[in-house]
Unconditional design. Sequence first.
Lengths: 387, 353
Amino acid sequence: MGELAAVVGIGQTKYASRRGDVSIAGLVREAAQNALEDADLSFKDIDAVVIGKAPDMFEGIVMPEIYLTDALGANGKPMLRVHTAGSVGGSTALVAASHVQSGTFKRVLTVTFEKQSESNAMWALSTPQPFSVHLNAGAGGYFAPIIREYIRRSNAPSDIGIKVAVKDRLHGARNPLSHLNLPNISHQEVEDSMMLWDPIRFLEACPSSDGACAMIIANKDLVSESPKPPAWILGGAMRSEPTIYAGRDEVNPRAGRDCAKDVYAQAGISDPRREFDCAEIYVPFSWYEPMWLENLGFADQGEGWRLTLDGATSLDEGGDIPWNCSGGVLSSNPIGASGMIRFAEAARQVRGDADQHQVEDARLALGHAYGGGAQFFSMWVVGANKP
Amino acid sequence: MNIDICIVAFSQSACVAQAGAANEVELIMPQLEAVYSQVGISNAQDVDFVCSGSCDYLQGAAFAFVAGVDALGAVPPIQESHVEMDAAWALYEAVLKIRMGHAESALVYGFSKSSPGELPVVLSQQLDPYYLAPQWIDSISLAALQARLMLDKGIIKASDMAAVVAASRRCAMDNDKAQLAGQFSISDLLEEPEYVSPLRKADCSPISDGASAMIICTRSKAEEWQVPFVRLSGIDHRIETHNLGMRDLTTSHSTRLVAEALSIHNSSLDIAELYAPFSHQQIILEQALELQAETEINPSGGVLAGNLMMASGLSRVGEVFNRIVAGEAIRGLAHATSGPCLQHNLLAILESS
């Protein structure tokens, strides 16, 4: 694993459909400042900056790190830009961690963002690729047939997705940063919302958000310089597979299974449902909760939906393995940052710093992100106890 | 930190003005095959980590790198990452991965087709999206501004710029991957009309399509593979302000910072491969690096002879590797740049093992 590192500061913006009060630079700086404040540090304490976001075509800025260097206090420092599709928020955190774990730097700032109000994600995701079949589908249209296949295989009741949508919005109502604030959302309301891509209804899909998320990752020797408890990084892994290949299981991708196996081995985890206190998992469409419960080994094949049905993943229902206590991607979705928010919210839980959505005495949490055609995965395990 | 990291393979395509109907995967594949065969492995499954550099705006579609993954044979899934930067920074990420003990070997590659779009205009969209990008200030115009400052301050003469071009063209005659090569005198070059004053076309790197790939590993892995290897004894980078009005464009502060961090000043270097997309920028870099007379600069011809966007930085490292392996040099420096007017700079030191 190299040098031991920990998250010592976390900063997020308020998520909203439009943050018209700030520029893109202002948005990332807000998150970075919040993270520095959380860690009781200033820009001069930072050795390097690692930034990530989803495709440049969203906001129409080519390689935005070039423009954002001033806003992130990176002048005269190394700055790296990561782009690994929807998993980028997670990958960026892992690349930032590697700056410290490699022994190369003592303390780095990592930031991810998306300003969807200044972008057009549906268009950017649908540009024709030369010499390739043009899908023109956006993300929902791409994933809907895969979800239908999951329902066919598992014989899950048809309203599991609705249950996830309600649960994550109730979680989001506890989180003041959440884009969607729907404390009174009902099963009926979700069911009555417009069908966008069968079986995904409007309220079963993630919103389009503006927002940024930042973390400060420090070497173990510097952890005591920040006042709050650290979140120790106990494991990190990435996996990629092609979008299409003969025999590919798109419902339960091998890259996700392999990535989980790798990160669990690093953190010494054999039974994720029992050993983790909570998890922040990339669920942009409701049905991905039961699908990832199986892919990540929290439930047996075809059984993931039972956990959702029984309330096992719900904080409000006192579930034993709450997922997405922050409200998840279904409550806030600045795409390029959504993965890092998962990683950061997992860290908040084990730092005991998650306020109204805190899982009591959380000691061990999983952060997860995926992207592309569910083919890029990044995950980390964070813990309250120094290994 | 103390892990010895070595380069064991490198391959670059020819720089061509127009790769025609060949897509990105078809540009990458031959380079991957070449580096696999150099170390005697069969595909990306035989390395521990893969990292690439590319730019969606050059392909004109989101997720340029996803097509790259198709070139890798990533079944079963692999550990893979991507930077939206020149692949020299993908190399940097791979070095960190090896240093932290998560990998013993890594494949790094970069690729682009610059020909389908108007590269200088595309690059104008790298600028501040509120104040600069709406003016569509292209990369050549910004470089011309920089050259003008240098000429007006008397730091260079037009003939100094032409001398850089003449040397590039001459060196490129021995480089079968080069796009532009030949014997030109300084006066020949100065007779050409100005393109974007004070730059002549020859002062600007050409538009090129292509790819390059590299394999790096720990020393023990290199010995296991029983292939010639070159130590990557240092690699570091710095970025500086995006606000051109806040920078002294006639020098490269960030290059100087990296050179200091790597103790390059006054150290012995047989060769230096510098990523200077414009002739005057090579002079800025030479001055910031304080290169000594015995250091041969851009023996490949540099990027004025062919500029593979997103791969040229990695290729600079590869060119130094090739010359050390061939016994033409003992110790060399490679440089990569990104952003307008040399905003972001990376240096790598390579040493004979």
